[in-house]
Write a protein that binds this ligand. Structure first.
Ligand code: ZN
Length: 554
């Protein structure tokens, strides 16, 4: 007698992502793991008196999505913000802000999110005066979809004490107007941090600062933060996500998640990194090692060091090898010198930690690869799986280095200009025609042997992996003669499953559906292979299962 399953999912078009047995009709789960996956008759042998059976209605069942780069706490905190993605023109902006503001008469600060740099037009930067014309009497600020720039009205700048500017660290800037006052545009965290801090919104940036909350939150604040985290997890489970590789973090976030696990509310497996900032000294990496030692279960883990090397293209803060195409003499300002970063990489690598570095410009990508190479030289070659995040521009000589050094390329299908809700400009002009062929070059990197993992960078773009898969499949060159960087459906799904598992050294336990693997899976509303690429976004998760437990049901 075969053992009796806890749960059976049948009548499904299962894509296992396992090359040995790519397809199946039914799957049996017991004790959080998969015990059988085959045709219906064979799997029903595992049906006992207490087995729950779910009919997938012929829809696709895939391995649960692994989100390889996102910001859980910040994403959850933004769920209530005014969403401005896709809003263009002054009138549309006004018509979005005013009703949002009047519905929240008591909010100290009104916050918008998801703004395009060309929200007014590609040649008219947003200033505080535009925002004052819409909302003069209450503090208002809105952040770019990439979260590297914020625009604020006069009230917000004034109350936060930055209307007259302030000296900031490299790469950060309060843009000043001709009148000697802040123009309203705030580039990078040190520039807009004072606004979030002044209005008590800095909690949303917890973990991005690298430190721990000071003072330690009260019991109420802790409960509120835990509930917020839970809301974020629910949002992810609703989108078929079973594993999260978070890209900001500290001990506090791990404690919040451990609290949720204790309450039975940890809906996704979560990995939280230690966030290393340029002002820290190397000995702080001892803390990263302690986090790794304390949290290493299949539900909650650490063991990664996250670093920002540069900013973003749209605000000219990404670090380029050559001058920006639209700003001669300027290549961006790195947050680390190459030598400093190499020291960090050598020490983190020596400790056996994985490293993930935000590197958008080709200059940043190169410096980070150099740092990984230095680490390999100093500590010897090991299966380190260090990662480069974003890689929006790269160079012919750096492309093969990913495979040579065993470095993972972490890419975001929703991010290329023209994909999903991101406009073509100003990004394409910043990069310049000459570098377009190696911009967001997923296919080129994959063909050169790099492991390419996919993610949303939520809340930079919507967390929905199905939208990401669609964006990867539908990717079109910006001009004739450019290489086709699109992925096939199967490759795109692998980017959110198989490759995600590899990125966290868990390919023997997840990312595929096979006996002995974790029962992490998502059932979709229809058959993904029978769905036209342009209709992929109509597919919805109907059931998400993580560790054999149902974490979402439509
Ligand atoms: Zn990110």
């Amino acid at each position: 007698m075969p053992p009796s399953a806890d749960l059976i999912v049948e009548n499904a078009s299962i894509l296992t992502m396992d090359p040995d047995t790519p397809r199946a009709e039914a799957i049996a789960i017991k004790g959080g793991d998969i015990i059988a996956i085959a045709d219906r008759a064979r799997v029903l042998d595992y049906k006992g008196a207490g087995t729950r059976v779910i009919d997938a209605g012929g829809g696709s069942v895939l391995p649960g999505f692994i989100e390889a780069h996102m910001h859980l706490f910040g994403g959850a905190a933004e769920l209530d913000n005014l969403h401005l993605a896709g809003v263009h023109g002054f009138d549309a902006l006004r018509d979005a802000i005013r009703p949002y503001a009047s519905a929240r008469p008591n909010a100290r600060l009104l916050l918008g999110a998801g703004v395009d740099y060309s929200i007014l037009s590609s040649d008219e930067p947003v200033t505080r005066h535009h925002l004052d014309r819409i909302i003069p009497d209450r503090p208002f600020a809105m952040s770019a979809s990439d979260h590297h720039t914020m625009w604020a009205n006069t009230k917000a700048l004034e109350q936060a004490g930055i209307l007259h500017g302030r000296q900031l660290g490299p790469g950060n800037e309060i843009v000043m107007g001709a009148d000697g006052l802040a123009a309203g545009e705030l580039r990078e965290g040190e520039a807009f941090g004072p606004i979030l801090e002044h209005f008590g919104q800095n909690r949303t940036r917890l973990g991005l600062t690298g430190g721990e909350p000071e003072p330690y939150p009260s019991a109420e604040e802790l409960a509120a933060d835990r509930d917020l985290m839970h809301r974020g997890l629910q949002w992810c489970a609703q989108h078929g996500i079973t594993s999260i590789q978070n890209m900001d973090g500290n001990l506090y976030q791990l404690e919040l998640l451990a609290g949720l696990e204790e309450e039975g509310r940890l809906l996704c497996r979560t990995k939280i990194p230690f966030h290393f900032k340029n002002f820290m000294t190397l000995d702080i990496l001892e803390k990263a090692s302690r986090m790794a030692a304390a949290y290493k279960s299949e539900w909650l883990s650490s063991g990664m060091v996250k670093v920002f090397y540069d900013g973003v293209l749209d605000s000219w803060t990404a670090v380029m090898v050559d001058d920006y195409a639209d700003r001669p003499g300027w290549r961006g300002e790195p947050l680390f010198t190459p030598e400093h970063f190499a020291q960090v990489a050598v020490e983190a690598d020596r400790r056996g930690l994985q490293i993930a570095v935000h590197s958008i410009g080709d200059g940043a990508v190169r410096a980070v690869l150099d740092g990984y190479q230095a680490a390999q030289k100093a500590n010897g070659k090991r299966d380190s799986r260090h990662r480069v995040e974003h890689i929006e521009v790269t160079t012919p000589s750096d492309v093969p280095r990913f495979a040579e050094l065993g470095v993972i390329a972490s890419m975001q299908p929703p991010h290329p200009p023209g994909a999903m809700n991101f406009p073509l400009e100003p990004t394409l002009s910043r990069i310049g025609r000459e570098k377009w062929p190696l911009s967001y070059a997923w296919r080129t990197l994959k063909n050169a042997g790099a492991r390419v993992v996919f993610a949303s960078d939520w809340p930079v773009s919507p967390v929905d992996p199905i939208l990401g898969i669609q964006a990867a499949v539908m990717r079109k060159p910006w001009a004739e003669g450019l290489p086709d960087q699109s992925f096939s459906l199967h490759e795109s799904i692998a980017g959110y499953t198989v490759e995600g598992a590899y990125a966290e050294f868990m390919e023997h336990r997840k990312g595929r559906l096979k006996p002995g693997y974790m029962a992490d899976l998502v059932a979709l509303s229809a058959d993904i292979e029978a769905t036209a690429p342009e209709a992929l976004h109509t597919l919805r998760p109907v059931t998400t299962i993580c560790g054999g437990k149902i974490t979402y049901q439509a």
